[in-house]
Design a protein around this ligand. Structure first.
Ligand code: NAG
Ligand code: NAG
Ligand code: NAG
Length: 516
């Protein structure tokens, strides 16, 4: 009998060990943004969870053949139609025909795009099936991108809410977890100011920040809440979901963006998506190996096609390239140049970017400055010329120029001569390469490899039941308590009253003296 009990105890002991250390969790990732660079970041994270033994479901517009070798499982729920719609939209608004967009218009446009995309996700047939199933998840990871209603899915599926932010701390997430950030030193992404702002920039930044927050509270969140009520059975109120975040994974690091304060539930994992370099396809490997004067790699990213540049700009670029001694790899998507290209230029519609950046002969990356490209170039210590087109790209470009590992060039300003001179400056002046290499050392010098850290913190949240001990108390305060208005106002009022009273008494005394 006694023996039997101890055996049982031992079994229970191992079962509970298992419960804490090797139980596979069911994790849902909701990533509806139809951008390839977003998907690469998001899927890298989810695949790492599979390798760690978890059962992963990913909701996204992309499908990918994927052989996993971990102990977990990987299920893809595809948001069909999203990519096609995105391509149509990109074709309709040629990004190169728009001049820079007014920030106020930008708020309006972002509201519209955000609402449309959230609605399309919530009402999508495949996602509706999941919503109406009885399936539960232990954690729900949402790609933070103008889709706040999706945060309520964590409650719906019974899991902890984890956010993935592809751009680091921002006005989108800071207030959700009570992260302090003042507009005096936190430039809004869309304004792309440097962290040390001039007086006028600080004024504009503060104004835009206030306006954006008012827009979120008065317009955007209520609309998102309506979508929730329309497409989800018995939803919770969005406000109860928004501020119940267990963990925010930030795709940033002090080596690739301005340092910012982070509350304990925010963790920096920037650089996690960079994979160890692989051997290149033979034609590219030979090309890079044999380039005596070094190689320049030019790509405007997965969302923007170089072939859409106005003809005049394309000709200016070709002119600049033809005067260079370096070899050039250009991501270019149609064959309009196939005959008339200079000998030192090779075009292809797609390149294995990370492996090219890793090649020792690479001298310069001419990029749109997107977050993934910026991290990859810093990882490999390659200086850049950034030609920002939209979104966070200008912010990254401004950062690169302010830290002197790159230069900005507005595409409107491209001429053959300017482009040529800028390329020579960044390659021939050693300061750019040297700064890029210093940044690279910083990005790689981590206590724990960032992907490992990401998996650790997700498992931490699971293990500690949502990790409520990480939440700051400011989340429980109202806005006037947070800004101490309920303290300052009575103090100022009482000083004022005191002054009045003293003045009265004093006056009376004076009058008495006069009467005497
Ligand atoms: C899968 O599980 C086995 C047995 O538990 C373990 O030995 C192995 O290391 C695991 N594989 C991975 C990739 O985690
Ligand atoms: C808030 O988060 C905690 C921890 O993840 C969870 O237990 C709780 O149910 C959540 N509350 C709501 C209203 O979703
Ligand atoms: C850009 O080029 C790729 C490859 O040729 C093509 O599939 C895609 O549709 C193009 N993008 C747009 C917005 O036209």
């Amino acid at each position: 009998m006694v023996q039997c009990r101890s055996v049982l105890i031992i079994i229970f002991y191992f079962l509970s060990l298992c419960h804490h250390h090797c139980r596979a969790a069911k994790i849902l990732g909701i990533f509806p943004t139809p951008g390839k660079s977003h998907y690469i970041l998001e899927s890298t994270l989810m695949k790492a969870l599979v390798d760690a033994g978890h059962d992963v479901t990913i909701v996204s517009p992309f499908y990918e053949e994927y052989q996993f070798n971990g102990n977990g499982s990987y299920r893809q729920i595809i948001l069909t139609g999203f990519l096609e719609e995105q391509t149509e939209r990109r074709k309709a608004i040629n990004l190169f025909e728009k001049s820079s967009i007014n920030p106020l218009v930008a708020i309006y446009v972002m509201n519209k795009i955000g609402l449309k995309q959230t609605e399309n996700t919530l009402k999508h047939e495949s996602f509706q099936q999941l919503i109406h199933s009885t399936e539960k998840f232990d954690a729900v990871i949402v790609g933070q991108f103008m889709n706040d209603a999706l945060k309520a899915m964590a409650h719906h599926f019974g899991g902890h809410l984890i956010l993935f932010s592809s751009v680091g701390t921002s006005t989108w997430v800071n207030h959700l977890v009570g992260n302090p950030s003042l507009p005096s030193y936190t430039p809004e992404m869309i304004l792309s100011y440097p962290a040390k702002m001039t007086y006028v920039q600080r004024m504009k930044n503060a104004f835009f920040n206030a306006l954006y927050n008012i827009n979120q509270i008065v317009v955007f969140y209520p609309e998102q809440n309506n979508l929730l009520k329309k497409y989800v059975p018995n939803p919770i109120d969005l406000n109860d979901a928004l501020f119940n975040v267990s963990l925010v994974l930030l795709n940033t690091h002090e080596s690739i963006g301005y340092p910012a304060s982070t509350v304990p539930c925010m963790r920096q994992i920037g650089g996690y998506h960079v994979k160890p370099p692989k051997k290149l396809p033979k034609n590219l490997q030979d090309y890079l190996d044999s380039a005596e004067n070094g190689v320049i790699y030019f790509s405007l990213g997965s969302n923007v096609n170089s072939s859409h540049l106005p003809m005049e700009k394309k000709l200016a670029i070709v002119e600049a390239f033809s005067n260079l001694k370096e070899s050039i790899l250009w991501k270019f998507e149609d064959d309009s140049f196939s005959k008339n290209l200079p000998k030192n230029v090779k075009v292809q519609s797609w390149f294995p970017q990370q492996d090219i950046l890793a090649h020792p002969n690479l001298k310069l990356f001419i990029t749109h400055g997107g977050f993934a490209s910026t991290i990859e170039t810093v990882h490999y210590g390659i200086p850049i010329i950034a030609i920002p087109i939209f979104g966070d790209q200008k912010m990254n470009a401004v950062y690169a120029e302010s830290k002197q590992f790159g230069k900005i060039l507005q595409w409107q300003d491209i001429t053959g001569e300017k482009f040529f001179n800028l390329i020579r400056e960044v390659i021939d002046n050693p300061i750019y390469k040297s700064n890029a290499e210093k940044k690279s050392l910083l990005l790689r010098d981590r206590e724990v490899p960032p992907l490992k850290s990401a998996v650790y913190w997700i498992e931490y949240v699971l293990k500690h039941n949502g990790a409520p001990h990480l939440r700051v108390v400011s989340l429980e305060l109202t806005w006037y308590q947070y800004y101490l208005l309920d303290v300052y106002v009575p103090i100022i009022l009482s000083i004022y009253l005191l002054k009045l009273v003293i003045f009265r008494i004093f006056c009376k005394k004076l009058e008495k003296i006069k009467m005497l």
